[in-house]
Design a protein around this ligand. Structure first.
Ligand SMILES: C[S@@+](CC[C@H](N)C(=O)[O-])C[C@H]1O[C@@H](n2cnc3c(N)ncnc32)[C@H](O)[C@@H]1O
Length: 239
């Protein structure tokens, strides 16, 4: 049986969410560059790079590779001439040798998609494997607490001439936020399911895998991480 993220990040995702914010991606990369300062970076990996929103700006500064599972999104990145070496793979099986990358980024909640925590832990461990000693891993995740507090259970929107219904809920065990997307006209249905990792969960996972969180932010302008900030952005150094 295929997993939700294999079918969702295709043509429909692009059609229904065409307004992914380029300016926001540029701000995120500027924040990363500012935070790293004079730290030496030769090779960067954008893990789950999608259509290359961030790789566009990362590639202007550093040699950049991008990995993603979605053929559709990688196709868009290719057509847009994103300055990065793009590879199609599952982040659970990274096709890279040990100690290649000085900087690995995982941006815009491109994590937390798997059923078990063990799978998430393995991904973090594998990220460490492909990084150089002293390298930096940037994990940019939603603020789970805010997601729970601001959850809109139902909305209906007209997008690209289609009526799109979105139903959101927290699973009974409190572990996931699930969004069911249905297109009224033709009955197509998709699911998006993300694990509600708290800041503390993420920090301990990183810690267990051999990273040390050195800096954190709560938004792409470098605002402080608080209970109400929209993002949890962690800069972790590989021990
Ligand atoms: C929310 S999108 C964000 C993409 C990109 N980081 C951005 O900000 O535009 C999540 C991305 O994760 C990718 N993805 C989901 N599961 C994956 C997996 N198991 N392996 C590789 N990529 C995956 C999707 O294809 C999609 O491009």
């Amino acid at each position: 049986m295929s997993e939700w993220f294999e079918s969702w990040f295709g043509e429909e995702y692009v059609a229904l969410y065409p307004h992914r914010n380029e300016a926001e991606a540029e701000r995120a990369v500027a924040l990363i560059a500012r935070t790293l300062g004079t730290r030496r970076v030769l090779l960067v990996l954008d893990l789950a790079c999608g259509s290359g929103r961030h790789a566009r700006y990362l590639g202007q500064r550093w040699w950049t590779s991008g990995v993603d599972l979605s053929e559709t999104l990688l196709g868009i990145a290719h057509r847009n001439g994103i300055p990065a070496r793009l590879v199609r793979a599952d982040i659970r099986e990274l096709p890279y040798r040990e100690s290649c990358f000085d900087l690995v980024v995982n941006l815009f909640t491109s994590f937390g998609y798997f059923e078990t925590d063990a799978e998430h832990e393995r991904v973090i461990q594998d990220i460490r494997r492909v990084m150089t000693a002293g390298g930096t891993f940037v994990l940019d995740f939603f603020n789970a607490r805010q997601v729970e507090e601001k959850l809109v259970p139902y909305d209906e929107r007209s997008i690209a001439g289609l009526s799109v219904e979105q139903r959101r809920k927290i699973t009974d065990d409190g572990r996931f936020v699930v969004k069911h997307i249905s297109i009224r006209e033709d009955g197509r249905q998709f699911v998006e399911r993300v694990r509600l990792f708290s800041q503390r969960d993420l920090v301990s996972m990183l810690d267990r895998a051999g990273f040390r969180v050195e800096t954190s932010y709560g938004d792409y302008d470098g605002g402080p991480l608080t209970e109400t900030s929209p993002r949890v952005i962690l800069f972790a150094s590989r021990n």
